[in-house]
Design a protein. Structure first.
Length: 203
């Protein structure tokens, strides 16, 4: 049985929409018949060797994940599931990727993508953005979630509860700037997920 302590040593957790699988970076654990969790297993190549902080999975089985580099840069990639196998990962477009885009959360139906990024026009440090899937299948311009979510602090790792009602995210708290903090003073916040509907472009 996978233990709680094992989960803490892996990547940022992401639950499948049916709550039966928890993904932990390039690893995963499955819920067993007695309600416990299996031993943590590695994903198949090439994902097993990639420096993934968060891997998010849609109901179609598409992987969306970040690749973290030692210089604190990174981009978001995706890999579709075709005939039971995942395709070679592809990098999302330059609208989403700036070299500092992390912690993707893909909606179960792939209608939108949440991620955090430190980019020009934000509120200070890393902010949370959303990109909506367009009718032609492409991804729209990222939209900053605004000052009800983002501040001069570091906001990151947004996710939506399986029932679609609440948005959870991380924020660094304390004095700005966060010198020598190493992101230790991080709290979890939540808001009504209706904020997403308010940002959705009108058709």
């Amino acid at each position: 049985m996978g233990s709680e302590s094992n989960f803490k040593t892996k990547g940022s957790p992401f639950f499948s929409s049916n709550n039966n699988i928890i993904y932990l970076g390039n690893s995963f654990s499955e819920r067993t018949g007695n309600g416990n969790w299996s031993e943590i297993k590695k994903l198949k190549a090439p994902f097993d060797s990639l420096p993934i902080m968060r891997l998010s999975v849609s109901d179609k089985g598409t992987y969306f994940f970040d690749e973290f580099k030692r210089d604190f840069t990174g981009d978001i990639r995706y890999s579709g599931l075709v005939n039971g196998k995942h395709e070679k990962p592809k990098k999302l477009n330059a609208k989403i990727n700036t070299g500092r885009s992390f912690h993707p959360f893909i909606a179960p139906d792939e209608s939108y993508l949440l991620f955090d990024s430190d980019r020009e026009g934000g509120y200070g440090d890393s902010d949370i953005y959303i990109s909506f899937r367009q009718q032609d299948g492409s991804w729209g311009d990222p939209i900053n979630l605004g000052n009800k979510i983002n501040t001069a602090a570091w906001e990151a790792a947004a996710s939506i509860t399986p029932d679609g009602k609440f948005l959870f995210f991380n924020r660094t708290v304390g004095e700005v700037p966060y010198e020598n903090d190493d992101y230790k003073n991080v709290n979890i916040f939540w808001v009504d997920a209706e904020i997403i509907q308010g940002l959705r472009p009108k058709e």
